[in-house]
Design a binder for this molecule. Structure first.
Ligand SMILES: [Zn+2]
Length: 145
């Protein structure tokens, strides 16, 4: 499977990983928490927790660049791909904000947003807009190829 650039509009994630992200957000009710989503084209397999280094972490987020560089290096060395990022909205929305739309880095990246209760995943379909991605339960222990 190498011919297309398109990204599945459905992505698998384990309930355990969702619970981990929700718990991280719930533990920081006045700051946005953030990190990276790792996996492959069809599934979010892991996260890299990062410090939020934004100037105003109550209202926005910026993933610690050191974590980003480390993840990119690991991916190039054969590790999981960096699919996108997750962050929380302490004020309780799982929809991308205007600020989020302005921070899209590349088309196709995945953005998981949690309000500390539930999560939704969005895919950047242009450099200024998102489309929601359907989440499906990951099958434990499933290894491709
Ligand atoms: Zn946001």
């Amino acid at each position: 499977m190498s011919l297309s650039n398109d990204v599945a509009m459905q992505v698998a994630i384990s309930s355990g990983l969702i619970e981990q992200i929700v718990a991280l957000a719930a533990a920081e009710p006045v700051r946005e928490v953030c990190g990276l989503l790792l996996g492959d084209r069809t599934s979010i397999a892991d996260i890299a927790v990062a410090a939020n280094v934004a100037a105003d972490p109550a209202r926005t987020f910026e993933v610690d660049p050191a974590v980003q560089f480390a993840a990119i290096r690991a991916a190039r060395a054969g590790g999981a791909a960096v699919l996108g990022c997750y962050h929380s909205h302490p004020l309780g929305s799982t929809v991308p904000s205007d600020c989020d739309r302005a921070m899209i880095g590349r088309i196709g990246e995945l953005w998981l947003i949690t309000d500390g209760v539930s999560v939704r995943v969005w895919r950047a379909n242009t450099l200024t807009s998102f489309a929601e991605v359907e989440l499906v339960e990951a099958t434990a222990g499933c290894v491709t190829s």
